[in-house]
Design a protein around this ligand. Structure first.
Ligand SMILES: *Cc1c(COP(=O)(O)O)cnc(C)c1O
Length: 367
């Protein structure tokens, strides 16, 4: 049996911790998947067992998120970054002189904006760069260019530790959401969204799979030179099988979707996310003279908590001591430095409690 004590408390920003039950099930089926006599990794993607597995995973995305009729769920590759290209290629053509509007709330938004600019005109319609992305910027849709084909936001800013408290409602423009670090951690109101995407490796599974959910009326407008593998319409028509799919990532993510359903669904995931992040933010507030949170309280992320300590020396001791207590992955992203605790769906609430306990004790001792 796997010894649970040998598992480190992994607060990594991604790839991230997976539920132990999922890993155990994968191990139990590793050599012989459901009497096929082979591992999922070794099955043809046209094999009956595999086709059933993928169909079930797609159906479970719909079940977990309550995806309405008239929407397509696609399995892509290339991570969140590939969607930075796929979105403008597919959606700028929604209008004759279509342009992309980007709300810039951090590292990944900036990258999405830059990449889209390679394919057509883009507008940075709001930005919080002036305060080092410590907040979600104010955004007034009234100022959008009339040729705007879509508006892109990053719902959770993984590096900065900020999150849109709710997905905004836009009239007249399809909203595209990069939800890479939050999909399936809270319920979604699809009436506000045109397209939403997420790389699996934060909340949903291992790296190598990207889930895209798109409203059908947005399909059919891809540029003529869009690479086949990035064309949502073709992906939808051909069951996300334009090349050999990442079968193993889809398999593991499928197990995670079932795990989420068994735990009580996205509502339960949201409760846990609030609990975990609440424990950590409580310590940041309790020791506010010692810990220096990056994000403004009203835009704090439930998934990624970012903060600094008074000196880099103390940050190093914090990381070293945390490591000795079995906690890893806490080093902040290089653009921000300091500490980042990422707490995705697979992270047990007890680990967040252990981190909070350590933060409390460390601040008392060193503060
Ligand atoms: C991690 C992340 C990405 C990039 O994902 P890749 O799969 O590495 O391309 C994009 N957007 C957000 C919000 C992320 O957290």
């Amino acid at each position: 049996m796997m010894n649970k004590a040998n598992r480190v408390m992994n607060f990594s920003g991604g790839p991230a911790v997976l539920p132990l039950e999922v890993l155990e099930q994968a191990r139990s089926e590793l050599f012989n998947y459901r009497n096929s006599g082979a591992s999922v990794m070794e099955l043809s993607y046209q094999a009956e067992e595999y086709l059933a597995l993928q169909a079930e995973a797609l159906a479970d995305v719909r079940r977990v998120l309550d995806v309405p009729e008239g929407w397509q769920v696609l399995f892509c590759q290339g991570g969140g970054n590939m969607q930075f290209s796929a979105v403008p290629l597919n959606l700028m053509g929604l209008k004759p002189k279509g342009r992309g509007a980007y709300v810039n709330s951090g590292n990944f938004s900036s990258r999405a904006l830059k990449e889209a600019g390679r394919y057509g005109p883009v507008d940075e319609v709001a930005s919080s760069r002036d305060t080092l992305f410590d907040r979600i910027p104010e955004f007034d849709p009234a100022g959008l260019h009339p040729d705007t084909a879509y508006v892109h936001i990053t719902s959770n800013n993984t590096v900065m530790g900020t999150q849109w408290p709710e997905i905004p409602r836009l009239e007249g423009f399809p909203l595209v959401v990069d939800a890479t670090s939050e999909l399936m951690s809270r319920p979604l109101d699809f009436s506000r969204i045109g397209l939403i995407y997420a790389g699996a490796q934060k909340n949903l599974g291992p790296p190598g799979l990207t889930v895209v959910i798109v409203r059908e009326d947005l399909l059919g407008h891809a540029r003529g030179d869009t690479p086949k593998l990035l064309d949502y319409t073709r992906l939808a028509r051909e069951n996300s099988m334009l090349c050999t799919p990442n079968t193993f990532a889809i398999y593991i993510s499928g197990l995670v979707f079932k795990w989420i359903l068994a735990q009580g669904g996205v509502e339960e995931m949201q409760q846990r996310a609030l609990k975990r992040s609440g424990l950590v933010y409580e310590m940041l507030d309790r020791h506010s003279g010692f810990y220096r949170p990056h994000s403004r309280p009203e835009h704090r992320s439930c998934l990624n908590a970012t903060f600094r300590l008074p000196t880099e020396g103390l940050e190093k001791s914090f990381l070293d001591e945390a490591r000795q207590q079995g906690m890893s992955g806490l080093k902040g992203h290089k653009v921000l430095g300091g500490i980042r605790a990422s707490m995705y769906n697979g992270l047990p609430v007890e680990w967040a409690a252990a981190l909070a306990g350590f933060m409390d004790e460390f601040a008392r001792r060193k503060g």
